[in-house]
Design a protein around this ligand. Sequence first.
Ligand SMILES: *Cc1c(COP(=O)(O)O)cnc(C)c1O
Length: 443
Amino acid sequence: MAALPFSDEHVPPMLLHDAAHVWHPYTQHFNAPMPVPIARAAGSWLYDAQGRPILDAISSWWVTTHGHCREEIVEAIAEQARTLDQVIFAGFTHEPATALAAELVSRLPRGLTRVFYSDDGSTAVEVAIKLSLQSFANRGTPRRLVAALENAYHGDTFGAMAAGARGVFTHMYEPLLFEVARLPDPSVGDTLAALDALIASRGQELAAVIVEPLLLGAGGMRVWDESVLQGIRERTQSAGVHLIADEVLTGFGRTGPMFACDRADVRPDLLCMSKGLTGGVLPLGATAATEDIFDAFRSEDRRKTFFHGHSYTANPIACAAALASLQLFDEECEDDRVRIEVAQATHLAELRGVRGVKAVRHIGTIGAVELEAGEGYLSEVGRELAAFALQEGVLIRPLGNVAYCLPPYCTTDDEIAQVYEVMSRFLDGERADPLTTGGPIDD
Ligand SMILES: *Cc1c(COP(=O)(O)O)cnc(C)c1O
């Protein structure tokens, strides 16, 4: 209990229960400092148990799109909760899920006409991979190989881990992960040449290529070229291989347009959504598929059914939140995204070449700064920056030595300036006072 920012008699009970009974994600409980108790949130701000504001510069792990506790979404949730809270989605249907499917299809890249609901980003990826593999099997031409990018991240369930890059997150499970053909990270390597070679040697086995279009997120906010995405689409198309676009992060405006595929005018066969789908308020996943893939499952032979579903598939309250969020996208969101894109570009330009900055990266509303330091996710510099920023009232959570600003779209230019000001002061040598922060926040 060392270094708590509370005097003994003011330790909130939630911290005692937390210390005794809670297991946090991505947290080394041996030496993690006490978590920050958050009591409420509004717009781009979180408020801790003592009312101290913290600027949420990472959209609470990349989910919050329109800001916290948006009235329109809160109202939609309340009304739906009073009307229909939950119903089995096999053999039954409801307005929020059907309306949302139609609204999504009208905004998705052309050709994606079917929506399969699940719970989160990882399950949206699992569904996409299974749909691809089974569609080939159902047609009597089984293909079992999936190709994925170096430095990819697709989630933490087993199939998603298999598709993701090998590293500290996955090495423990490596012998249990299915084979994936690995293509070079397009931000540094020649992905298209490797894909050509793969199709030449194993094209008949290859079911799908899965990519995070234009931005490898958790792999270090690595931005890659639209022409490469177009090249992957052309090659997969002519080889009869599915392209799976994992837009769990990039979807819902993060790269500018609604989907990153739109930037490159690419139409994938499968597209995974979650994170920003409900405005970042409730968990929901969705996998969009082409009618061609859907058709591969329509059969008198019941074995060709997609035997997959989750208890909360298409939860009406989550779907209602997503519908309210989409309406906000229509009404006001685009101008804000353009404004944030300009602000990011301005601040990143100022950081380019500054001592301690190795590189800056930018796409749409996301700005990233690669700091000089030991490489990799376990690098210390990012943790030190996070601790300093938190002390200064800004939540950032670097990926190793890559710090980034990925704000809700309601974030003002002044608030974005505040994020970069904290980064600049850190680069000037300022550090957190260990007595007030409890030291670097944990990975
Ligand atoms: C976060 C993420 C996932 C996993 O989503 P969860 O909701 O955390 O399971 C999958 N793919 C990408 C690209 C992500 O950024």
